[in-house]
Design a protein. Structure first.
Length: 256
């Protein structure tokens, strides 16, 4: 019964959070991505003409007509498919994080001598999630990037991002639950990824080197970081608050 409640609660929280974040993303983040894609080039010599009506369906299709890979994999071809695929991905991601948060929160309520969780204290857990999966690895390391940005190889970036996320989350857990010695170790874990530094290029540059495109991309990049930060704040705080409420309201442990 307890396991089932954790899973069902996580799915419900994930659907709610993923849907709300998906709406925010569609109207505040995706428009920036679509605008940036109009400036993308597939090679150094290709220049993409930007039309004033670039946000229409036909122009979106034209902007995606250049090759992004070997052409063998499926990718959403039109607006409806793209929006649907993105929404499903958001919901699945939210369910995954909700399941993790619900499990840890439920274990906290069962074993910890610290106060039981509520939606209010869940907000603090959401802030810790935000710090672990976005602030430490992204804002302080690998900044969110719009399409067309040049960067280091994906393998190096993934390794650093995962390492930073795990180290930050573990550091926060040690600071909250650990003894004095473990709290010190937790503090070291928090700063270690930043001391090591993220694998970034020396200069921020784009595949399209046209001066007009570079100026536009710089503006879009700044907007993208701002909107992504707001979106991730909504995502993490909602997960924390709803999981904090659900872990106390719907998850019950039978006394031994």
């Amino acid at each position: 019964m307890t396991f089932r409640n954790i899973v069902f609660s996580s799915i419900l929280v994930g659907i709610i959070v993923g849907s709300l974040y998906g709406l925010f993303q569609q109207f505040q983040i995706n428009t920036i991505i679509y605008a940036a894609e109009a400036y993308e080039v597939s090679d150094a010599k290709e220049q993409v003409a930007v039309q004033t009506d670039a946000h229409t369906d036909s122009d979106n299709e034209a902007a995606h007509s250049h090759d992004h890979g070997d052409g063998t994999g499926w990718s959403p071809a039109n607006s409806f498919e793209r929006i649907t695929a993105t929404l499903i991905a958001n919901i699945m991601t939210a369910i995954t994080f909700s399941l993790f948060m619900m499990s840890v929160m439920s274990f906290h309520n069962l074993k910890s001598d610290k106060p039981k969780l509520s939606w209010k204290t869940g907000l603090l857990w959401g802030a810790a999630l935000m710090l672990s999966i976005f602030v430490a690895p992204s804002l302080l390391g690998l900044h969110p990037e719009i399409p067309g940005t040049l960067s280091e190889t994906i393998g190096q970036r993934q390794v650093w991002w995962i390492s930073s996320t795990v180290a930050t989350a573990l550091g926060l857990l040690l600071l909250y639950y650990g003894t004095a010695a473990f709290k010190f170790a937790g503090g070291i874990l928090l700063i270690l990824p930043q001391v090591m530094g993220a694998p970034t290029l020396q200069t921020h540059s784009y595949a399209n080197t046209d001066p007009v495109a570079v100026e536009a991309m710089n503006q879009l990049s700044s907007q993208f970081v701002t909107m992504t930060t707001i979106g991730m704040t909504i995502f993490c705080l909602l997960i924390g608050a709803l999981c904090g409420f659900a872990s106390t309201r719907f998850v019950r442990f039978n006394p031994a």
